[in-house]
Design a protein around this ligand. Sequence first.
Ligand SMILES: [Zn+2]
Ligand SMILES: [Zn+2]
Length: 140
Amino acid sequence: MSKEMLVLSLSCPQCHARLTEGTRVRLAGHAGRTNQQGEVLLSAVFGGGRGDEADLVLETDLTLEKGDAIDFCCPRCEASLMLPVTCKVCGAALASLDIAGGGSVEFCSRRGCKAQALGGAGNIDEMISLVNRMFDTPYD
Ligand SMILES: [Zn+2]
Ligand SMILES: [Zn+2]
């Protein structure tokens, strides 16, 4: 039983550079606690990072502990991807990326937060209908 993976094609809202590489999204990040700057690779799979054990961050140069928030920015144009909106679950800032074909996806910047999943915590139905429109295929 393998559910087909749905990989989101994500781009920078500022310079529109394509940031998805294979099944990953390559971003630049700044960790406030350690004041480190580095590369962060996130899962580009729709719903990736969802669930208690899952981790949206696949690889990073940063020294991160559970609970650390990351300031994400575009690796091409260095524009901040952070929104002036906070996560409903933990209160950290949300980051946002554009989806190729329209729309955008938000995710929590705090590692280990349940909302640190592409699509965030609450609007999964909305996201699925958006994705259905994009691919013109029913998801279930
Ligand atoms: Zn950019
Ligand atoms: Zn959060």
